[in-house]
Design a protein around this ligand. Structure first.
Ligand code: SF4
Length: 372
């Protein structure tokens, strides 16, 4: 649905004028939409549409979600008890410095004065290893953030009482890393047996908190790409999972030393199927670092926008080693989201001149998409 129209409907609903009339009209629209779907998708989509209609939300776009610019991201911890093979800071987390208390307080003071953001993302390696995490969350709320999001592998959330502690403090969004849809594969990627079960238990625990939203991220690598649709299927029953992210691996280096890159044309089929499935379950999808023109009808899922990141400045030197924004069609392609092909990928698999298809301005604008 056009977001402008949606806003008008929501405004109308908030005035409590004719809400039920709209429900009927939307139900007609939903019936038309659902009747166009295959039998496979119909049940899940019907539930999502009806819920969306009732909530005045479009289930495939979740326009009620905040924009990336509504968030600021602060690194607060650089230790982890997993050792994911694709981790982009695996080699640097021992020397990256998290924000100290003075820097954290500086950010809070900035928020008190300017009120620039709505939410704070606490990140780094594994923030739940900080024993004072809920205290940091409370300080953020006191400083004027509406809520806090944490980025986590989710293992500590296998304790329901720990979930409650964080939620009570003010965490409303949990961005959880799920590396694969199968236990053995997930545990081999994280290199910690039992991690899959704990993460899943954590995600299930979060469904007990109605005000909480969960998001997942799955890194697309040579190890995980076949598993992408099964990740979506695995998590389809989670009632408060609103977004699923798929980030194509970048090695923080000009070479793919760990052989974790996978040719984009091979990954594309699995990625597109994962997007199709996730949307059929009413999830918003964000894809990062994948050539937009190789996503076909799902090209609107590409969104490389990110919240402002406050991190040890030495991180950026390594980050730029990736060499994003390379594409043989860079000067003629109108995509404002695509990062093209990075150095390590191009050095290993080539630049796909014969497969990429640059967008005209009109074609790119017709995508709509997830842009801030
Ligand atoms: S042609 Fe455009 S959309 Fe395709 S990879 Fe290059 S920059 Fe991205």
């Amino acid at each position: 649905m056009n977001p402008l129209k949606l806003d008008k409907f929501r405004e109308f609903s908030e005035l409590r004028v004719g809400g039920r009339i709209f429900f009927v009209l939307f139900s007609v629209r939903a019936s038309v939409q659902i009747s166009r779907l295959s039998g496979y998708d119909r049940g899940a989509h019907a539930v999502a549409w009806i819920k969306g209609i009732w909530d005045m939300q479009d289930p495939t776009t979740h326009r009620d979600r905040l924009r990336h610019t509504d968030y600021v991201e602060q690194t607060i911890h650089f230790r982890c008890n997993l050792s994911c093979q694709h981790c982009m800071i695996l080699d640097s987390m021992h020397w990256l410095e998290p924000a100290d208390d003075g820097q954290f307080e500086g950010l809070l003071e900035e928020q008190r004065i300017k009120k620039s953001w709505r939410s704070l993302i606490l990140t780094g390696s594994e923030v739940t290893l900080r024993s004072d995490l809920s205290e940091l969350v409370r300080r953020a709320i006191d400083a004027g953030f509406e809520f806090v999001r944490i980025q986590t592998h989710g293992m500590r959330l296998s304790s329901e009482s720990y979930c409650r502690e964080l939620v009570d403090a003010g965490v409303k969004e949990f961005f959880v890393s799920v590396t694969a849809g199968q236990e053995s594969l997930h545990d081999s990627i994280t290199r910690v047996p039992g991690s899959f079960r704990k993460t899943l238990k954590g995600l299930e625990n979060l469904t007990k908190f109605p005000d909480v939203r969960t998001l997942t991220n799955t890194v697309v690598t040579s190890l995980s790409y076949r598993s992408l649709p099964s990740v979506v299927e695995l998590l389809k029953g989670l009632s408060n999972l609103t977004e699923m992210h798929f980030w194509a691996y970048w090695p923080m280096s000009p070479t793919d030393e760990l052989s974790l890159c996978i040719p984009h044309p091979i990954a594309a089929d699995y990625l597109k199927e994962a997007i199709r499935l996730a949307r059929s379950y009413g999830r918003f999808v964000e894809v990062k670092n994948f050539p937009q023109c190789l996503l076909g009808r799902y090209a609107d899922a590409l969104c490389n926008d990110q919240p402002e990141l406050r991190i040890d400045p030495r991180f950026w030197k390594e980050f730029h080693e990736n060499g994003f924004h390379q594409c043989v069609y860079k000067t003629v392609c109108a995509s404002k989201q695509c990062l093209g092909i990075n150095t390590a990928y191009g050095n290993r698999f080539g630049w796909h001149e014969d497969l990429l298809k640059p967008y005209s301005v009109q074609e790119f604008e017709s995508l709509g998409g997830n842009h801030d």
